[in-house]
Design a protein around this ligand. Sequence first.
Ligand code: NAP
Length: 303
Amino acid sequence: MGEWLSSTAYIEKRKEELKDKIDSLKKKYGRSPSLSVVLVGNNKASISYVKRKEKFAKEIGMKAETLRFDNINEKDLLSLVKKLNNDDGVDGFIIQLPLPEDIDVNKIIESISPAKDVDGFHPYNLGKLFRGEDALFPCTPFGIVNFLKFNKFELAGKNAVIIGRSNLVGKPLSILLLKENMTVTITHSKTRNLSQKCSNADFLFVAAGRPLMVTPEYVKQGAVVIDVGVNALTDSNIVKNELKTLPEKIKLFDKKGYVLVGDVHPEVVKKASYLTPVPKGIGPITVLTLIENTIKAFEKRAG
Ligand code: NAP
């Protein structure tokens, strides 16, 4: 593994910079940026993500609130979005996904004002991204690219392979990497000879939602591997076989009954020059980017 700044150290550094930024915005405009997060239902992972977003925002001096509903119908959620769109005290807001199945997610996303769409999922913002123009970009892929650029990885001309083509991660990531002049291959569940395609990558980005699927044969010696996947493993045989080189993970499993792993097998560390951890890798970078997007939305509205 190389000597690059870890995701944790990067976030701590950005946090200090953002605190100063918020202070100066408060002085200039008389208020700090404000983020609202709408949470529907009782999905455990969503509850934990939302808590982290609110905590991060407050730690750097931003205003943040979570609007929590055990249940809400589509009509009422659309009315709430309208209210948030028109609320001058709200600079950015997100509707935490997934939503209950009876709500049309695209309809909700399209009702969000693009100027306040700090998740970057609105078709207007995605269209701007596609055209190579500035906008609010989806947090996970934008955070990954910012992190790589911060660490001064040389990206131009390099081969990037992405596993996964979702609207949240894989597709927008491909456009952001193209903007950095990388040569991009997007792969998915129907891709043939996947491991061979991945083994050409100088930079391998994995967002498949398949625990530990990327094993060393997918990885070129010295490649940079970005693991986006977050999966809870609950099968003790799998945990004890696959994670035998990581006693601290097994200990955690024995204590909690599950352990979080990425889509990349820990053995990959032997070949990669850099591998992001799970947890404490791309997850917190996504939260950081949401906050950065909210500050950007605030500045655009303010000025
Ligand atoms: P998604 O919408 O389920 O998309 C998964 C993608 O992976 C699909 O394009 C799918 O292909 C592809 N795929 C699935 N199995 C595959 C296989 N065996 N071989 C090749 N491709 C395969 O998931 P997502 O929202 O992009 O999220 C992916 C993972 O990242 C999940 O674990 C999620 O929890 C995690 N995530 C983490 C963060 C974070 O902040 N760290 C943020 C977002 C997502 P098809 O299109 O052909 O079905």
